[in-house]
Design a protein around this ligand. Structure first.
Ligand SMILES: [Zn+2]
Length: 340
């Protein structure tokens, strides 16, 4: 498969679609690991944790900490230059849409799911939890419980060793295992570890949607971004790019202690009637002060905004219906909840 054989389809109209397609194809062409990162992932498993943390700290210290780099600058410039005004595309003309998600990185992270899920529920939110199938054991009771309470579950890579996208051969060898995990979990969505991505290889997964892309994020091993604040169909799946900085980036790399950056990026998403899609990790919301930043932002969302708030699998279904790419089964998550 080459990049010409798969078309992207956006729930939007006009010149903006051409602009987004161009940004997407540039990201597809450039989303590769640098030789340094390739070498790093080959030996990562052998490095003591303190060496990995030291390398991370050295990288963070040289980081530009401005929010500008998380803004979809090309999109904003295009909109201003072409004088594009967008109306809301969301149901009930909501100003923007909101999707919450979490990648569960470690077995310690599993234990922090409950306080986060409770916090979300108290404030009227639900989210999707992506589990790593071959790193720690996920309790089926926990999965059933989350679904019963209105949350969603998905699959986060294979074993999170950073090697999934090192070669097509490695990726292909792991596809059956990932598809088995998707089936066992009753999931319809996938997010790759470290948001490594290859939009063509990913077509082999038995998924309704993928969530491994982002609009703009310079802090990833495969930096760049697809430049879209909206979901889109690509080949067999719907792509749901995240559009707010990840918690690790905000709280660790950028050393923020408030939700101010999230609010500022959200202001741009609201203005453009985009999708606010968050990725946070129970593993990094592991202290009261960090969890408070997330809670503050959720309270802000509840009190100051009225988004169309849905789960990722619902967003995927909506995107398919609006673009005329309906798929027959979107039942897995709800079916699983009914099994007792
Ligand atoms: Zn991860």
């Amino acid at each position: 498969m080459n990049s010409q054989s798969l078309q992207a389809s956006y729930p939007l109209k006009g010149e903006l679609v051409n602009h987004l397609e161009q940004s997407l194809h540039e990201d597809i062409e450039s989303a590769r690991l640098s030789p340094t990162f390739r070498a790093f992932y080959q030996i990562r498993g052998l490095l003591p944790i303190f060496v990995r943390q030291l390398l991370q700290r050295m990288r963070n210290q040289s980081a530009d900490t401005s929010l500008d780099q998380f803004m979809p600058q090309r999109l904003i410039e295009f909109m201003d230059k072409e004088d594009v005004t967008l109306n809301s595309i969301w149901p009930n003309s909501a100003e923007f849409s909101l999707v919450l998600s979490h990648d569960v990185e470690t077995k310690e992270g599993l234990k922090i799911i409950e306080p986060i899920a409770q916090l979300e529920e108290e404030l009227g939110f639900r989210s999707c939890w992506y589990f790593i199938p071959y790193k720690y054991k996920t309790d089926p009771g926990l999965v059933r419980d989350l679904k019963r309470r209105g949350h969603e579950v998905g699959v986060h890579g294979y074993n999170h060793d950073g090697k999934l996208f090192l070669s097509e051969k490695i990726f292909n060898s792991r596809v059956p295992g990932i598809n088995r995990a998707i089936d066992e979990l009753g999931a319809t969505g996938f997010r790759a570890p470290m948001v490594h991505r290859n939009m063509h290889w990913l077509q082999q997964l038995n998924i309704d949607y993928d969530a491994s892309c982002f609009d703009s994020d310079p802090f990833q091993a495969m930096p760049g971004g697809v430049g879209s604040l909206w979901p889109f169909v690509f080949g067999k799946f719907v792509e749901l790019p995240y559009t707010l900085p990840q918690d690790h980036t905000l709280l660790v790399t950028l050393r923020q202690t408030t939700d101010d950056y999230w609010r500022q990026k959200l202001a741009t998403i609201r203005r453009l009637h985009g999708m606010a899609l968050m990725v946070t990790h129970p593993d990094y919301l592991d202290t009261p002060s960090r969890l408070k930043v997330y809670g503050d932002f959720l309270r802000y969302l509840r009190d100051e905004t009225s988004p169309w708030h849905v789960l990722p699998h619902e967003m995927a279904t909506w995107c398919r219906s609006l673009t005329g790419h309906e798929q027959s089964n979107d039942q897995s998550n709800s079916d699983y909840a009914k099994e007792e």
